[in-house]
Ligand binder design. Sequence first.
Ligand code: SAH
Length: 238
Amino acid sequence: MEISTIAVIMAMAEEAEPFIREMGLEPVEPVFDSRLPMEVFEGKAGTADLVLIVGGKDPRHGVDSVATQPATLAAYLAIERFNPDLLINAGTAGGFRARGAEIGDVYMGADCIRFHDRRIPIPGMEAYGVGSYPVPEFRGLASALGLKRGIISTGNSLDMVPEDLERLTANGADVKEMEAAAIAWVADLYQVPLLALKSITDLVDTETPTQDEFLANLALASEALQEKLIAAIAYCAA
Ligand code: SAH
């Protein structure tokens, strides 16, 4: 694949900070309508142009714009404005100890990306709710970079109600987070290849409350993410 532009989408400032620092990315403004919270950074990856879109602060609530609506909008803006040859969604996520996950592991989304909280028990709508957007295989990437491969499942909550767990299990999920399927939907519509990289901040099948584990491991997981993200960009742009 000939790559001249790579667009990376990340939800949280703290997730993005190590990547911005290590790649020496520069903020650019204004790129999108100034009423939108998304922040844009630019740099180079070899000869390819590299653009990073971060969710930015929600103007009403003053916190990072996490979860699916901002992710959908960021993906749309990234594709319309920059016409990337490759879209990357990088972020943190919950993992499952029972499926071999450890804090700081970085997963590459494999097979397809699904939703676990869009339950629509109407014929045909059930599958639409789950989504199951296929992602490219990126043959050789995971083994070259020491990434785990796994199914990513997306929902709009950090915590997990029993129905979510049932759906996560049915989805074959290795990774639980809040953006990837929204971005995968847009990538599928526009037929732009999507690479999803998710660094594990918390294990959802343990006793520790997710939010405590998430906050304790966010910096560590963001560093691990940055390393693999930069290596993946170098691999794809080569
Ligand atoms: N209180 C946190 C909220 C972050 S929301 C804060 O503002 O600092 C969690 C973010 O991390 C989302 O972008 C989501 O994709 C990811 N994430 C990490 N662990 C997760 C989990 N167990 N379940 C769902 N999303 C998770």
